[in-house]
Design a protein around this ligand. Sequence first.
Ligand SMILES: C[S@@+](CC[C@H](N)C(=O)[O-])C[C@H]1O[C@@H](n2cnc3c(N)ncnc32)[C@H](O)[C@@H]1O
Length: 199
Amino acid sequence: MTIWDRRYSKSDYLYGKEPNDFVVQAAPLIPPGPVLCLAAGEGRNAVYLAQQGYAVKAVDISIVGLDKAKRLAAAAGVEIETEVVALADFKIPANYWGGILSIFAPLPPIARAKLHRQCVAGLVPGGMLVLEAYTPAQLQLKTGGPATASLMMDLAILHHELAGLEFKYGVETERQIVEGSGHHGLGSVVQVIAVKPGL
Ligand SMILES: C[S@@+](CC[C@H](N)C(=O)[O-])C[C@H]1O[C@@H](n2cnc3c(N)ncnc32)[C@H](O)[C@@H]1O
């Protein structure tokens, strides 16, 4: 059992059942095509995108989280595909995804950079990456997120790691994040909407 399995073992949804605010904002911009949700957890964002009509695959290291995601999907009357994966070893097929979602996916820098390179390759031309993550400034705010800065990101890191995508939107900002008991107040985040050129 992973630490995330233990965190997800309660019947409550740690980050709630409602989608992340930034996902709701960005969803209408995601082009048609299959969407990959990285570190999808208990599935709130995957289920929301399935409700918007996307074919969604949700991947995460936690089988407990993904089981809850399946139940959330069933309760919402939609289907999502799930796969338990360790993102450090995950292979993303090239030129396949219309959208890739990365919402609060905490990975160490080497694994994260490798994953981000694969995200660039894995999108079809015109495909869109939507990402929100805590920045290191979150460590002072203490309203959720990893305990170490190395698991966080900023815009400069993301421009570097996502080279090859065109950033349509990229900000570092503070916003109120109230998502279950896991995220509970003012948070310092980086938000990105980036498109693979070539259409
Ligand atoms: C803060 S939660 C966010 C979950 C979801 N994206 C959301 O916003 O509701 C971080 C997620 O990353 C997953 N995760 C952490 N390390 C991972 C890894 N190495 N491979 C795959 N998933 C991982 C955890 O299981 C957890 O579901």
